[in-house]
Design a protein around this ligand. Structure first.
Ligand code: SF4
Ligand SMILES: [Zn+2]
Length: 369
């Protein structure tokens, strides 16, 4: 990865900016980060070494532009055309531009931009729901060839599934906040965003935990050096169809605790087998019902990304369906939230048997009432 900072300095415009590292770093050396000026690296993409070769080469990897500012900042309007010229010139490099100002994208856009350039990826930051709902419709409408969403620092749970469904977003990246005074990042938000990516088939990167990470209701303070490492080790990044979720380590809940938790849920504890359901179980016998459960699990829950996930289990019509809702085995979201079985992985025999066990246990208990 290469970094090209043609100018330095920025202005805070959104909640994600509160603890901006550019400000933090500049303050530490007595510099005013709100003063925007060109840097000595302004023309880095065109700079050559003594042998006359470009200093930046495709071997350096992606070139990230404006990491200490924002490419679409007002102060830089007069300089941006030059930068577009350099980007046009260096078609061999892949430029990534991360912005909180997607609404200024069209200011000084090159006349030959057309429907976008192949070597430019625009990454829109979405730190909360409000900014997602403002920026993503703009990102999707603009003529851009490659789009990514970056939720970093992730400040709350966000739902961007309807934007992901467009098929125009190539990747979602998320992470917590670093530095002193970092705001907490809850692992449940990460999981929720990841499930949206799984359902829509969009690659997902869990980049870093941030300094204050909440998991299972506990708060962890994580050192800078471990934040990326721990995110990577969690295995929660997802690439569709690669079995990437196989490495996730998890433990299903203790059965007694699960039952206690379910009984406390107003929604789950409402489910009962009707007299008709019970008559059906008696008529078929438990063994036959267990076979039905196996079939439903295999067909509707076990695939990496089941069809109509979240809506695949009817509310009634079969005792197993009722058991699925009562025990939170109805869809992959509920399986992850209640049973910790990660979404985005094909369920193996052990997992399918566990679910069958939970379902049959509930049906048996209902038959006794
Ligand atoms: S847009 Fe980025 S660089 Fe500018 S103040 Fe906000 S966080 Fe900092
Ligand atoms: Zn569900």
């Amino acid at each position: 990865m290469a970094i090209w900072n043609p100018w330095h300095g920025c202005h805070k415009i959104s909640p994600g900016c509160a603890h901006c590292y550019v400000y933090r770093r500049d303050e530490s050396i007595g510099k005013d980060a709100s003063v925007v000026s060109k840097t000595g690296d302004y023309n880095l993409p065109l700079r050559r070494n003594r042998q006359g070769q470009y200093k930046l080469t495709p071997e350096d990897g992606e070139t990230y532009a404006c990491m200490t500012s924002d490419f679409f900042l007002e102060d830089a309007d007069a300089w941006r055309s030059d930068c577009w010229d350099m980007i046009r010139e260096r078609k061999d490099l892949s430029f990534h531009i991360i912005t909180k100002r997607i609404d200024r994208f069209q200011v000084n856009l090159p006349p030959d931009w057309g429907d976008g350039w192949d070597n430019v990826t625009i990454c829109s930051t979405c730190e909360n729901q409000d900014r997602s709902d403002y920026r993503l419709p703009i990102l999707l409408e603009l003529p851009i060839k490659h789009r990514k969403v970056i939720s970093e620092p992730m400040l709350e749970e966000i739902n961007i599934e309807k934007y992901l469904q467009s098929g125009k977003i190539e990747r979602v990246i998320c992470g917590g906040e670093s530095g002193p005074n970092a705001r907490p990042c809850d692992f449940r938000w990460v999981q929720e965003l990841r499930r949206q990516c799984v359902r829509t088939g969009v690659p997902f990167t869990f980049k870093l935990t941030g300094a204050v990470f909440v998991k299972g209701g506990r708060t962890y303070h994580i050192e800078r050096k471990d934040q990326m490492l721990q995110a990577r080790k969690s295995g929660y990044s997802y690439i569709p169809g690669t079995g990437s979720a196989e490495t996730i380590k998890y433990q299903v809940p203790d059965r007694q605790q699960l039952i206690a938790g379910l009984s406390k849920s107003e929604f789950r504890s409402r489910f009962r087998l009707s007299e008709q359901d019970k008559a059906y179980v008696t008529e078929k016998g438990m063994e036959q019902i267990a076979c039905h459960a196996e079939d439903f699990i295999r067909e509707r829950l076990a695939p990496e990304n089941p069809e109509h996930d979240g809506k695949q289990t009817p509310m009634r019509g079969h005792p197993v369906f009722v058991a699925q809702h009562a025990t939170a085995c109805c869809c992959r979201s509920c399986l992850e939230k209640w049973h910790h079985i990660p979404a985005g992985k094909t369920l193996d025999k052990q997992e399918r048997d566990y679910i069958k066990d939970v379902l049959m246990g509930w049906i048996e208990s209902q038959m006794r009432t």
